[in-house]
Design a protein. Structure first.
Lengths: 273, 361
């Protein structure tokens, strides 16, 4: 591709932005293969002086690492599935059902999006503990089974579906279940996938809520494990922390690479064409 | 086939009454057209029959049974939407077979019915395409095939031709007629286009502001318009309506008058009225450029070319009339003399605007 002269400045800016954004990732990757000495004496070099897998091995020997990955995966997947299901149902009724107070209800739902997490954190914690779910994965899950953001995003995309499609299906005797699974979901699939990825990554990276609930190491999620190597626990094992970081990144990045087409679609266009 | 009856049907949205006290019979196996300008309630009526809108008051009878509270899926209606409502993620075949799949018709029969509908509507070769890959006319045929395949008693069409261009529309109209001649469902067709209404309908119901203006055959609509609105809605251009005074056997228009034939004189005298509206179709007036006996004089203000026909706008003492003619077209600015065909004129009540009847039919 030929770059026109007047675009040169723009391209320079893009490249700079990409470098700035990529730097921490590459930095983490390179340091995860360095020895601790190397990392401290050779701060700015991106290529390890002596390449080592010791950091990764260390993570796997000192912790039941696969279990932590499993915990994180379990929480993120469950949260994502539930959020998508609840958002789909809520969005469908907000778009295609007529009932009194529909708009008021939607307004109230939306306004909860602006309540900071810190406000609901303590009441949620107290509720979960009083149910005896403290220090359990289920306890982490429960307050996260629905999300207004998902209702908002899916409602927007469903509004792009012509009402006559739904009416036609009703005329043919299709049940609401048939309509949602046979018509709505296929039509807004890209939006559902990208919303799902958003939920998955958010849940994957979540730190404050799991840290409040989880106490036992075997129940930790990746972001809590990462913290172990940076703070008090065994001093600052910088290179090990980087190895954990790299492994924490892998799944969301892979997901993004697989589904990037849908994600771009959703954020650059809207509705059903 | 079964008939549909509306008995005192009312539709309200909040305080807004869209349809008031409507009584209509849709004869079994006949094509009835719901005609009217946009916002007259015709689509709402169709949607109430389909069950897509609730009925505020009155009874909807389908095949003699009250259906007000029956869900759309159980009313056995096939409907064609204005935008066709084809599923963009399904192929032509899947779209046509959707209803059968929902009704769990077995695979074999489903395929038979779908392929005969595809054949009927000349969609062979397009089975695997999605609606996006079809032209407007093809999409419309898929929508029809989808309705045909259902083999239901009632066929509801909501302005199905309005998204087609003029040439295609003529062809599609013929296709619709063939389709109905084959299956003879009770056919209800919503349109704002009088040509479609006249060419397709056994019966026409003309609506305005949620009120039935006239119900009758296309021929009646032209020859015996029930009221001023009907006369102005039907015909292209529509009938000329002027306020006139009837006195001493003459009708006075502006400063001029016409002597009415004796049968009209007797008929109008019997009504006991002096003030009334006259209605004259543009095709029923003779124009000449020399004064003739018993004619009105007027000034030609505009001449429009309709292609093979001309529309002459004439100012008769500040009344604006349109006369349609095929040859010997007067020029703009000239004075012409108009002699209407007395057999084809109408008189309307000054307040109720109802047709006062004619001694000729």
């Amino acid at each position: 591709m030929k770059i026109k002269e007047h675009q040169l400045g723009l391209h320079f800016l893009f490249i700079l932005t990409v470098l700035v954004l990529l730097f921490p990732l590459v930095y983490a990757l390179s340091n995860s293969f360095k020895t601790l000495n190397d990392a401290f004496n050779n701060v700015f070099s991106l290529i390890p002086r002596e390449f080592t897998l010791q950091n990764y091995i260390h993570v796997f020997t000192r912790l039941d690492f696969m279990r932590i990955v499993g915990n994180t995966f379990f929480i993120s997947t469950t949260v994502t599935i539930f959020k998508i299901i609840t958002s789909l149902l809520a969005a469908y009724s907000l778009v295609f059902f007529n009932f009194k107070g529909k708009n008021t209800l939607y307004f109230i739902l939306l306004s909860t999006m602006f309540i900071p997490f810190t406000v609901t954190m303590i009441p949620n914690y107290l509720t979960i503990s009083s149910w005896g779910l403290g220090d359990s994965l289920i306890g982490v899950l429960i307050p996260q089974l629905a999300d207004v953001l998902g209702i908002f995003l899916l409602r927007q995309s469903m509004r792009g579906i012509p009402r006559s499609l739904i009416e036609y299906a009703q005329l043919e005797g299709a049940s609401t279940y048939n309509i949602i699974t046979g018509i709505v979901i296929p039509l807004i699939r890209p939006n559902i996938i990208s919303t799902g990825i958003l939920f998955f990554v958010n849940s994957w990276n979540e730190y404050v809520w799991p840290v409040l609930i989880l106490k036992t190491k075997s129940k930790f999620t990746l972001s809590l494990a990462l913290q172990m190597f940076i703070s008090s626990e065994g001093g600052t094992d910088f290179t090990i922390a980087m190895a954990v970081s790299v492994m924490t990144m892998i799944i969301p990045i892979t997901l993004y690479l697989i589904f990037q087409r849908y994600i771009l679609d959703t954020f650059t266009t809207s509705g059903v064409k | 086939m079964k008939s549909i009856q509306l008995k005192n049907i009312v539709k309200r949205y909040g305080n807004n009454t869209v349809v008031s006290q409507l009584n209509l019979d849709f004869e079994a196996g006949k094509r009835t057209i719901l005609l009217g300008p946009s916002g007259c309630g015709k689509s709402t009526i169709l949607r109430m029959i389909a069950g897509l809108e609730d009925i505020s008051e009155g009874d909807l009878l389908m095949g003699g049974e009250r259906m007000n509270d029956v869900v759309p899926g159980d009313r056995d209606v096939a409907m064609v939407f204005q935008n066709y409502a084809l599923f963009p993620h399904m192929t032509v075949e899947e779209n046509i077979g959707y209803a059968l799949k929902i009704h769990k018709v077995n695979e074999k029969e489903r395929q038979d019915r779908v392929s005969s509908a595809i054949k009927m509507l000349e969609l062979e070769g397009y089975e695997k395409r999605t609606p996006r890959e079809l032209s407007g006319g093809q999409r419309q045929r898929v929508a029809l095939a989808r309705a045909v395949v259902k083999q239901s008693h009632y066929f509801l069409l909501d302005e199905p031709l309005s998204n087609l261009d003029a040439q295609l529309r003529v062809h599609a109209r013929k296709e619709l007629l063939n389709l109905h001649e084959t299956y003879k469902q009770t056919f209800i067709y919503v349109t704002h286009d009088q040509i479609e209404a006249m060419t397709l309908g056994h019966n026409i119901a003309l609506l305005y502001n949620g009120d039935l203006q006239m119900y009758g055959t296309p021929v009646d609509f032209y020859n015996k318009p029930a009221n001023v609105f009907t006369a102005t809605f039907i015909g292209s251009p529509s009938a000329n309506i002027s306020h006139v005074t009837f006195r001493n056997g003459r009708v006075f228009i502006g400063n001029q008058n016409l002597v009415l034939p004796e049968v009209w004189q007797a008929h109008l005298t019997a009504t006991g009225m002096e003030e009334m509206f006259i209605g004259i179709h543009p095709e029923t007036v003779w124009i000449s450029d020399t004064p003739t006996e018993n004619s009105l004089s007027g000034l030609v203000t505009t001449v429009e070319n309709y292609g093979g026909r001309w529309g002459i706008h004439i100012d008769i003492d500040n009344e604006n009339w349109i006369v349609v003619m095929k040859e010997d077209v007067p020029v703009k600015g000239s004075t012409v003399y108009l002699a209407p065909d007395f057999k084809k004129m109408h008189f309307f009540h000054p307040e109720t605007e109802l047709n006062l009847g004619s001694p000729f039919h």
